[in-house]
Design a protein around this ligand. Structure first.
Ligand SMILES: [Zn+2]
Length: 260
């Protein structure tokens, strides 16, 4: 434990607030709306302040829109919890260092993808391209964001980008050839390229292997719950996001455990 409990509580609260804002921005990006105030995605009525956070809305009994009566979409809740939990774990494990802050920031666009991919099966370029460019510049200057790296090098970011892009580029070709359009999309390529920029090479391999593992478990659970065929393709983005987050937090241990 490298952080005090006070600091962890503070980071958790900040992560919650940032996660809530992130989810709202992601829904606005999906609807191609300008972000003036948090709005209901169904009827665009302005939300009550208690509904700005999905967690707050849930515990205060304000889950439903006051105008159209529809409940908020669950991915918002996931994004909020995702940012709060990942940020707290990162700070608890590694303290509040510049590289930890970089890792925390790198998870924000990924929380947006949780919302957009689960709600609409979209990985919007309007979110991913600026994030990728920013991470490419920061990574080239300071090395990948994984906080447990002993001596991060600038080239690891570039190699991570190349590998992250190449793996999913090939997978999408194969997927489209085998199953037709819709199995994996162009957005998944952008996302895995971004993960390559965040964790660098060789950790990008670990992150993507974890993503395939989570994806397999996820597809199995969906099959089990629906008791039948996979009628619609499940979005793959959330599994890539999960693979990246787990690599940032426990990547060192997983690698040691795997190699010994
Ligand atoms: Zn509404």
């Amino acid at each position: 434990m490298t952080a005090t409990y006070g600091l962890m509580v503070l980071v958790a609260l900040l992560g919650w607030a940032v996660g809530a804002a992130t989810a709202i921005v992601a829904e606005a990006a999906l609807a191609r709306r300008r972000l003036v105030a948090p709005r209901c995605p169904y009827c665009t009525a302005v939300f009550h302040p208690l509904q700005w956070s999905a967690v707050l809305a849930l515990i205060s009994g304000q889950r439903r829109c006051r105008t159209c009566g529809k409940a908020f979409r669950t991915p918002r809740l996931l994004a909020e919890i995702f940012v709060a939990v990942c940020w707290t774990l990162l700070v608890a494990r590694f303290g509040l260092t510049p590289r930890v802050v970089l890792a925390m920031a790198a998870l924000v666009p990924q929380a947006m993808i949780l919302v957009t991919d689960l709600e609409a099966k979209l990985v919007p370029n309007v979110i991913m391209l600026p994030s990728l460019a920013t991470m490419l510049v920061l990574g080239s200057l300071f090395g990948p964001a994984a906080p447990f790296l002993d001596a991060p090098r600038w080239w690891q970011t570039l190699a991570g980008v190349a590998v992250g892009f190449a793996i999913f580029r090939v997978l999408v070709w194969v997927g489209v050839a085998a199953f037709g359009e819709g199995a994996l999309g162009e957005g998944d390529i952008t996302l895995s390229t971004y993960v390559g920029a965040v964790v660098g090479f060789p950790l990008v391999l670990e992150a993507l292997i974890l993503a395939f593992g989570f994806g397999g478990v996820g597809a199995f659970l969906v099959l089990l719950l629906r008791r039948g065929k996979l009628r619609t393709a499940i979005p793959y983005g959330p599994f890539i996001v999960l693979g990246c987050a787990v690599t940032l937090i426990w990547g060192g241990e997983i690698l040691t455990w795997f190699l010994t």
